[in-house]
Write a protein that binds this ligand. Structure first.
Ligand SMILES: [Fe+2]
Ligand SMILES: [Fe+2]
Length: 202
């Protein structure tokens, strides 16, 4: 829990609280299912913890936060699917959830959200062919985001369980035990993070 203690009262903690409040049941086909609101909130928390551990910039963490909360809203079922990333981005745009972000940041978020559900090799080919955007930032944040989404596989049964050898960043490998704790003690950890927010607001 040391990482969580260091996380408390940080800018990443504040961003987690700001963005988790945007996760609404009406966006999800099964808000209380395995790809529903709690998954989005845990991915967001993991993303903010990784951002803190690796000292990501404010811009980088804002993009990761955006991807975390909306990456699965286009899902129409809980099975294997390589299309819901595209649907999620289109849905977020239609609902006005992407308003206020810069064109450059949205290009990166669009790539990450769309490609998070295809395999890495195909994503790398697409990235190499990408024109007119900050592909270095795209590749870096794609790796971070996919690790965050993968780390929350601890919620799934043994058949789809997390395979640590697929993690792309060193920081993600370091926090595997923490992600188990986050999943197993979600109510307590969430309450603690919310409580700390009340202290910040005082
Ligand atoms: Fe997904
Ligand atoms: Fe996901």
């Amino acid at each position: 829990m040391r990482i969580i203690e260091q996380f408390e009262h940080s800018d990443e903690h504040k961003l987690f609280l700001k963005k988790e409040s945007l996760v609404r049941p009406e966006y999800f086909f099964r808000p209380y299912g395995v790809h529903g609101m709690l998954h989005a909130k845990r991915v967001l928390l993991i993303a903010m913890i990784l951002a803190k551990v690796d000292g990501l910039t404010e811009r980088e963490r804002n993009i990761l936060a955006l991807c975390s909360i909306y990456h699965d809203i286009g899902r129409k079922h809980d099975g294997y699917c390589t299309k819901h990333g595209r649907y999620s981005y289109i849905k977020a745009k239609k609902l006005g959830l992407l308003d206020g972000y810069s064109k450059e940041d949205l290009a990166i978020a669009e790539f990450i959200i769309e490609e998070h559900c295809i395999d890495d090799d195909r994503a790398k080919v697409k990235l190499a062919a990408y024109q007119g955007a900050d592909t270095a930032a795209m590749g870096k944040l794609y790796n971070y985001f996919c690790d965050c989404d993968s780390l929350d596989r601890v919620r799934l049964g043994w058949l789809y369980k997390l395979d640590e050898s697929y993690l792309r960043t060193v920081a993600a490998r370091k926090i595997v035990p923490l992600t188990h704790e986050i999943y197993n003690n979600w109510d307590d950890i969430y309450a603690r993070l919310r409580e700390a927010y009340c202290e910040i607001a005082k």
